[in-house]
Design a protein around this ligand. Structure first.
Ligand SMILES: [Cu+2]
Length: 260
């Protein structure tokens, strides 16, 4: 079972491995590499579901959470192809430390532990097929840390009984974080190229996991279980249980976790 951890709780060794895995993935230019996978979300493929919508699809469906769960899993598998023990960490933007330092140092430091460029700080977007073609680094323009959501905001979202209400409210907080980080993260077309996207969405996925815990049927609308989460070879039913995907969150409580 792969254990996903709070980024603040990674050991030096775990952070080193995470950075190594991203660095290696960023150097692969075919469909096993970071640039290609980041391109599923916005440019050039635009496969993501947001606010019940996806490009080229007429129906409105609440697939934001399952699609992004499949997406995280896909990237994590590819990171593990590079460094087997790596798992995606989550960025708890509602934690006390985030509301002081903003983006976690693991992602905001320009250099890694050995003074080399930190691959979690930015990536290079190379999409020659976009109009206009994109060949540039990701960047951020974060707001003030005190503007980040609080534990109470997250609690209020978790209290929703109905899946669509829960997803809508969580997606709204999610949108605010994209806007708060700013720069590339503020644009659906290129957000997934910023490495912080993955830690942000890992937190979103974790909040969904917390919401699912008290629900025997996992709370998803039954008529949508066979929707395919293209481009991934999964249906909604395949991604409802995180343990079925081989991972779990190190902490599944919305309490303040004391960490260094
Ligand atoms: Cu997002």
């Amino acid at each position: 079972m792969n254990l996903r951890k709070n980024v603040q709780n990674l050991t030096n060794e775990e952070l080193k491995n995470l950075r190594l895995a991203f660095d290696k993935l960023m150097k692969i230019s075919d469909n096993r590499g970071f640039n290609y996978i980041a391109g599923f979300h916005g440019v050039p493929q635009f496969k993501c579901w947001h606010h019940w919508r996806r490009r080229g699809e007429q129906r409105l469906l609440p697939l934001f959470l399952p699609w992004h769960r499949a997406y995280l899993y896909w990237l994590e598998q590819h990171l593990q192809d590079q460094v087997p023990e790596v798992t995606l960490p989550w960025w708890d933007w509602s934690s006390g430390i985030s509301r002081i330092e903003g983006i976690p140092k693991a992602f905001s430091d320009k250099k890694d532990q050995s003074a080399k460029p930190n691959p979690l700080y930015k990536s290079h977007i190379f999409v020659p097929t976009a109009t206009p073609p994109i060949d540039e680094d990701t960047f951020r323009n974060p707001g003030s840390p005190s503007e980040l959501p609080t534990k109470n905001d997250v609690d209020a979202v978790i209290k929703n009984k109905n899946f669509s209400d829960f997803e809508d409210d969580l997606e709204e907080i999610h949108d605010n974080i994209h806007g708060w980080v700013g720069g590339s993260m503020g644009r659906v077309a290129v957000a997934a190229f910023d490495p912080i996207f993955w830690a942000h969405h890992c937190m979103i996925d974790r909040v969904w996991r917390i919401w699912q815990m008290d629900r025997a049927d996992l709370g998803f609308p039954h008529d949508l279980l066979d929707e395919v989460l293209e481009p991934f070879p999964f249906k909604v039913r395949d991604v409802l249980e995180v343990k079925g995907l081989g991972y779990e969150y190190a902490s599944t409580s919305n309490e303040v976790i004391v960490s260094g």
